[in-house]
Design a protein around this ligand. Structure first.
Ligand SMILES: [Zn+2]
Ligand SMILES: [Zn+2]
Length: 368
């Protein structure tokens, strides 16, 4: 029989959407010990010598150690759940109670966490609306007084979240690459340059840097790119990618809030070209391995092709508004349960993340 577990002396307030891993680390930091020391207390109590992943009794014990109300460390799907395109009911984004998906854990606001590093899965992006503290991966910044950051965060939490877009899903990485292309080609100083100077970021060369210095532009652009009414006609392959890019360009420039330039146009052409190649692949997908000619329904094919071709814009097309053209029969689409378990990988043209190998050296997407 186990002896009753005492609670630890220092009380911590749980922050919004805090992960069990993050909270355990923070609890250890607050007590000037290592995470493994906390784990050892839990394991001794459970009479085990290995750390069981996703075991409710572990969560219960940590809640007890920290004197938190029971269930406090369980993620709250109601407030923080992600919208997914899983095919359980449809392939449109929905908050599916069978998938109960959450965002990838991200660095939490240091003000909220009392200066102790932790992670959160709360609905939202990189900006804490209470403290105007910016936190993403290893980057922290104070963005008090920077115009439009709060609006961008609100937009991400409302409209974009409901389209299944978060910091880790790829669309913002692609939008960041558009903004960087525009910035590289622009000759006159812009508001982005002002922010770069203030924050001390010399280049928009990584997703992290671009996100921090151009958050409003990236979020506004992602809203345009993931709007089915905007992107579906652009993905219509019966008109050339060049023409489609010229149609998209004004909307992209408007979202950035500047005039288009040659660099932005060149990038837009590449991006639309990539998306069109993915669309042609999409039209060729067969319904399953067992059938030779039966084509995969467009709604499922779009999601499968978006992943396999790493073309996130396809996720946002409305299949009912696309021309139903007969593609050259190609690969078989995987089963729905396979598709819904795929993770997210940024597009090849997206701005790469710091510490991540250049896209050319990454494993080819899903070589099936
Ligand atoms: Zn589902
Ligand atoms: Zn905060």
């Amino acid at each position: 029989m186990n002896t009753p577990l005492r609670t630890l002396p220092i009380r911590l307030e749980l922050i919004e959407g805090e992960t069990v891993e993050g909270f355990t680390k923070r609890l250890a930091q607050a007590h000037q010990c290592e995470e493994r020391d906390i784990r050892r207390i839990v394991l001794d109590h459970l009479g085990r010598n290995w750390w069981p992943v996703a075991d409710h009794s572990v969560v219960d014990l940590i809640e007890h150690l920290a004197d938190l109300p029971r269930g406090a460390l369980r993620p709250n799907f109601e407030t923080d759940g992600m919208w997914v395109r899983c095919g359980h009911r449809s392939w449109r984004p929905e908050k599916c109670s069978r998938c109960t998906r959450f965002a990838e854990p991200r660095t939490a606001c240091l003000e909220c966490s009392g200066g102790l590093a932790t992670t959160t899965i709360a609905r939202g992006g990189a900006l804490c609306l209470t403290h105007h503290h910016w936190a993403y991966r290893a980057m922290h910044a104070d963005v008090v007084g920077l115009a439009d950051y709060e609006n961008a965060e609100l937009l991400l939490r409302s409209q974009l979240w409901k389209r299944g877009v978060a910091l880790h899903t790829g669309e913002l990485d692609l939008a960041a690459a558009f903004v960087r292309a525009w910035h590289e080609g622009s000759e006159s100083p812009s508001v982005i340059d002002d922010r770069m100077a203030r924050i001390g970021i010399p280049h928009l060369d990584t997703y992290e840097n671009a996100l921090l210095c151009a958050y409003p532009e990236i979020i506004r652009l992602a809203r345009v790119l993931t709007n089915p009414r905007t992107i579906t006609p652009i993905l219509d392959v019966t008109t050339s990618a060049l023409t489609q890019a010229d149609r998209l360009l004004p909307a992209v420039a408007k979202a950035i809030g500047e005039e288009p330039n040659d660099a932005l146009r060149t990038f837009t052409i590449s991006a639309v070209g990539c998306a069109h190649r993915a669309m042609l692949y999409m039209y060729g997908l067969r319904s399953s391995k067992q059938v030779k000619h039966q084509r995969c329904p467009l709604n499922r094919a779009l999601i499968a092709a978006a992943h396999r071709q790493r073309a996130c814009l396809l996720r946002h097309a409305n299949p009912r508004l696309l021309p139903d053209i007969a593609g050259k029969t190609g690969q078989a689409a995987p089963r729905s349960r396979v598709i819904r378990n795929w993770g997210f990988e940024p597009d090849p043209l997206a701005l790469s993340r710091a510490g991540v190998l250049a896209t050319a050296f990454r494993r080819p997407a899903d070589a099936v």
